[in-house]
Design a protein around this ligand. Sequence first.
Ligand SMILES: Cc1ncc(COP(=O)(O)O)c(C=O)c1O
Length: 438
Amino acid sequence: MRNLYARSEILLSRARAVVPGGVSSGNRANWTPFPLYYTRGNGSRVWDVDRNEYIDYVLGRGPLILGHGEPEVIDAVCRQLRTGQFFAGQTEAEVELAELICTIVGNAEMVRFCNSGSEAIHACIRLARSATGREKVLRFTGHYHGWYDGIAWGFSGVNARNDGSSLPVPMSLGQPSSDALNIVAVEWNDPEAVTNALEKYRGEFAAIITEPIMFNGFWSNIQPFEGFLRFLREQCDANGALLVFDEVQTGFRISLGGAVEHFGVAADLSAFAKALSGGVCLAAFAGRKEVMKRLSETNTVHTGTYNAYPPAVVGALRHLTLLAASSAAKLQHVHHQTALLERGFRDLVTQTDLPLLIRASPGAVTTAFRTAPTHVISQCSAAEGLDFSLQRAWQLALQDRGVRITPEGLWYVSAAHSANDIAITLDAARDALQSLSS
Ligand SMILES: Cc1ncc(COP(=O)(O)O)c(C=O)c1O
């Protein structure tokens, strides 16, 4: 059989000699059969170096909510590169973008810009510690808040200790164990676990940080139980801690105003990246003025050579303006297409004997396979009872049929996805399922 990925394979073997794993972000190594190399993207499509064309549901892992190469965003970036690339000073567009975010996002009274979601989270936690004079952070197992040492604990759970207490598991080798002492990780959607932690460490928490929808891990896309986010808000108020929403996934996707608008619960601080900027490298954190002002009025440091990089700022400004235009018509289209895709998958579930699972939020669908039909699926954690080898086979079977999804089975949808794209995708998915069950 013809190797569909021959040129990628050659590039990967060259890359592996000079780039660890051949990839520049660890999670890009997880693709089956191996990481591919790409040349072009346009609208809902991407092309790899072997000239295979895909309907893309990876979309840069979320940022490209208007699709690849939105012309107005690209024009704005190119114009800025030609007129003034970089000043390490301020631009008018930076003010406009901050004003626009404050208009769109309910809890945003002030904004600072940075370059990645990880950085934005890092800044939120520093601000929360500065504002409260406390050090501990309460977080949830399975939630991902970037890879920085201070917060990358408890992603895969906690280790029980002999004295009945527990310590969160580090995400990586190389993390200083002393950082674990400031992180308490408990199960998502479990109010009792939160209350117990707050009682145990009374007066010690600077912040509770949460993904408003649990978007990370395999079999993700878990909704908060009714009232859970409000419960966190109340617990923060009662305990003098700040509520931090990690809106890197939810921001400008599940609703134009993100989780604050969608769930009607205000965080003190929020981190944004991905759909904020439409594929230019920009992130932000925002929140209550009283807290944010600490960056200018106290010795609470946030710096960065590339912060508010002008080409990224004008790109994001154009992107967000387009997303917000006409009562967020483009975002409504994204939600409509997501619902079409979800409905199509739910039909497929009735047509296959494979244990296909579906979850969806406005703007993204998750697919996974459970190991046994009787397995009870947790609404608190993302990875139990899943058939990872079937998941890998599904990602490859779809890729072979011209549909690109993340290895974790998260399908991001963009405004560039047409009804025809969704129909082609569902045909490919049906065919892929048949190939896997035969
Ligand atoms: C919820 C969440 N927070 C933080 C991050 C880290 O963002 P970045 O990869 O831009 O550093 C991610 C990345 O996927 C994320 O999903």
